[in-house]
Design a protein around this ligand. Sequence first.
Ligand code: ATP
Length: 472
Amino acid sequence: MPLINVIPGEKIPVAPMNVRLPAWRIPGWLLVVWWLLRGLVRLTVLAVRYWWISGPTAFVWWVWASYGWPTLLAVVLGIGGGCAAWWRWHPASWLRFGWYPVLARWRRLWVYRRGWASIMATCGLATAFAGDRYVPPLLSVRCDRYGDRVTVRMLPGQIPDDWGRAAERLAYAFRLREGRALSTSRPDRVVLHFRRRDPLAATVAPLPVPQVPDFTNLPLGVREDGDPYALRLAGTHVLIAGATNSGKGSVIWSLIRSLAAGIRSGLVELWAFDPKGGMELAAGAPLFTRFAYDDPDSMAGVLEEAVKRMRLRAARLRGVSRQHTPTVDDPLLVIVVDELAALTAYLTDRKVRDRIREALGLLLSQGRAVGVHVVAALQDPRKDVLPFRDLFPTRIALRMTEPEQADMVLGDGARDRGAICDQIPEATPGVGFVVLDGVREPVRVRFSYLTDQHINDLAQTYRRHTDEQEQA
Ligand SMILES: Nc1ncnc2c1ncn2[C@@H]1O[C@H](COP(=O)(O)OP(=O)(O)OP(=O)(O)O)[C@@H](O)[C@H]1O
């Protein structure tokens, strides 16, 4: 009889495997012990992580318990006195190694850590994936006199510009007014710079005049980080853009001051154009080889003369050298124009305007290599006002009236990277943003300010030699 009901092999159940764990009955006391143990471990972790709070607290408690409160008072006064003495003796090291590290720890805990996750979410910097939510980790906080630098590890898919766009929102969320996002040498990190105080709030006094101007390094002001700001004039043209009263004059005068010794020795020729009737530049007339300020026709003529000089020089240098080196016989020619738009856009005489545009276009496109440099200021950086904006390799953006103007002057994305020119207060003229070689984010600077007296003194001390010879 065949065994029809017997199947050899492993039996595979048709029903899903039953994975329900058997129910355990845990006694109440065991649960309480488990909770207590868990609490203890968490407390220990917290005490180790916040050792700078738990350590002093334990010390205070130990002194009080072992020796009583009079001793505790004496110890506290002793430590306070020690800190005060350190501060008096060497404030810089006290701030750097004593005060700022403590302040940074406190601000990390109280200002940043407290609302971190919710602020990241509301500012659009947190993300969700496969049902889980992720928040960028806060790595460190460093404080100095003027603000906080918060280092964050970005989530995959984020770039510093995403943080730049959110920086202002973040600053307000942390109850501060100004924030910028700076990239770092590590591509997974971004540093948020929140400002508590403005390091550029005070006027910068005129800087010392370099006795031999270095055209690659002309001191014009100070940077936000306290370093001097120096302009590289060699091989470039400079555009200074800013609203009315933003301090364009102070940039021009700081530059003239840094070139003054070269003007005196004959290494530099300054040709000045002041279409506003000579109001801004007239006080420096003894420094200028050419000074045009009255009618547009004569200004066009002087610009055409500069083009002629440039062409002669180019013909001389052709095949001899690719870069002009300034000498007393063949000086650097610096053409300074205050309010360029008055020459390129607002002129009603079309013929003169076209002559000026043509001459400026030639100087800007061919002058750099032959030592002819244009330094021009203007209020409105739109293309229809200044058609050859792109021919200025170096640009300085002072206070602007509209947010998009920063990108027009410093390049696309400059505002997102921190050039918030529209938020420079009117109370700080001479503050602006510049782009430095090899630095991704625009740098905030304040240019030195020369009063009328400083300008008069400068003009008398460094007047051109030929002026004196003519007078004699
Ligand atoms: N670097 C500076 N530091 C402090 N104050 C400054 C500075 N630059 C300018 N100022 C102040 O701001 C005022 C306006 O400056 P300035 O004339 O240079 O502006 P501007 O941009 O050239 O204006 P406009 O386009 O109307 O000519 C000055 O009278 C001076 O009081």
